[in-house]
Design a protein around this ligand. Structure first.
Ligand SMILES: Nc1nc2c(c(=O)[nH]1)N[C@H]1C(S)=C(S)[C@@H](COP(=O)(O)O)O[C@H]1N2
Ligand SMILES: [Mo]
Length: 332
């Protein structure tokens, strides 16, 4: 990590050029806004990069993030696009954060539970209790979870001969540091159980963006999948009795260990993807197979790997890292 800090990043120059080109098209007023916000964001980024030892905890960093989030919320239209990059600048994303990925999941056992869809009973994928779905995991050693700091363990090997079928809440299960989510779907929640092909039949999209972790590293990554916007159109949220739409989207891993809450606006952002492929390859287990979320508008901790549940809700959802003191918005 340290050697890459010293090098000038070709992608920074590219981003600068892109920002300049985009800015010329904007009005003078929005140019000023973008420039102020970019300066604020760059300042924070430099501060993080120059900090010799960033863990997930320093209070100063947390305050800076909160201030930055307030600035970006005040200045940025939620739809402002993040810079994209030529694919030749894409790197291999490191593995970071294994909460909810303890055991390899058997891909054919994966379903996406979707809660809060309009007219859900009219879908062939309707199920009267999506929480009863049983995911299958491979037997084998557990990777050390709870250690959020960067380490690259070997990919767990799936043993197709001897799978262990567990419910999503097996009794031996112990929660990671932040504890259980308050926003998990309770038993007997109706909804849809989608297969991966229900998702990949939506229009395919590719995106090369910068992925930024709050710990102070970033990488340019080539993502492919479907837009969350298209998912929301295919499986639209039910309106509330007053005719308005729920304001939030909640997502969690199949075992409920990792969970993230999003504003509906973030999910409607055209660069928010439900990702199935990285660097032209299907996602690996530790990168969140078969489905993860990417949004270049938020830090990495808002980009959940191995999504098991998507729920539309009007109650601000629980969020793993927010419980441990991080900003809920995590905006960039
Ligand atoms: N299920 C799950 N998703 C997660 C995490 C995690 O621990 N578990 N960590 C988050 C954080 S902090 C980061 S930086 C990215 C890392 O993604 P990567 O391992 O593919 O680099 O995943 C995010 N999504
Ligand atoms: Mo992260």
């Amino acid at each position: 990590m340290s050697e890459s800090e010293a090098k000038p990043h070709p992608r920074s120059e590219f981003a600068d050029a892109q920002v300049r080109a985009a800015s010329r098209k904007q009005t003078r007023r929005s140019f000023t806004v973008a420039a102020i916000a970019a300066a604020a964001g760059y300042g924070l980024y430099r501060w993080i990069e120059s900090n010799p030892k960033i863990g997930m905890q320093p209070a100063a960093l947390r305050r800076a993030i909160e201030a930055n989030a307030a600035v970006s919320r005040a200045l940025f239209n939620e739809r402002a696009l993040a810079p994209t990059y030529p694919v030749n600048l894409a790197e291999h994303l490191r593995i970071n954060g294994l909460i909810g990925l303890k055991q390899a999941i058997l891909p054919e056992s994966w379903r996406l539970q979707v809660v809060g869809v309009a007219n859900d009973t009219s879908f062939p994928q309707y199920d009267s209790d999506v929480t009863a779905w049983k995911y299958a995991y491979s037997r084998g050693s557990e990777s050390s979870e709870g250690d959020h700091f960067t380490f690259i363990p070997p990919e767990p090997v799936i043993d197709p001969i001897d799978p262990v079928v567990t419910s999503s809440r097996d009794p031996s299960h112990r929660y990671a540091e932040a504890g259980p989510s308050k926003s998990s779907a309770s038993a007997a929640t109706p909804g849809l159980l989608l297969t991966i092909s229900d998702i990949t039949k939506l229009p395919a999209h590719e995106l090369v963006t910068e992925f930024k972790c709050v710990e102070g590293w970033s990488q340019v990554v080539q993502w492919a999948g479907v837009r969350m916007l298209d998912f929301l159109e295919a499986y639209p949220p039910a309106k509330k009795p007053d005719g308005t739409l729920p304001r939030y989207v909640y997502m969690e891993t199949p075992n409920g260990d990792y969970y993230v809450g999003y504003d509906m606006a973030v999910c409607r952002h055209p660069q928010t993807l439900l990702v199935t492929h990285m660097a032209g390859q299907p996602l690996t287990q530790l990168h969140g197979a078969p489905l993860r979320l990417h949004t270049p508008t938020k830090y990495g901790y808002k980009q959940i790997k191995r999504i098991g549940l998507i729920a539309y809700t009007d109650i601000k959802p629980d969020d793993y890292w927010t419980k441990l003191g991080y900003d809920w918005y995590a905006g960039l």
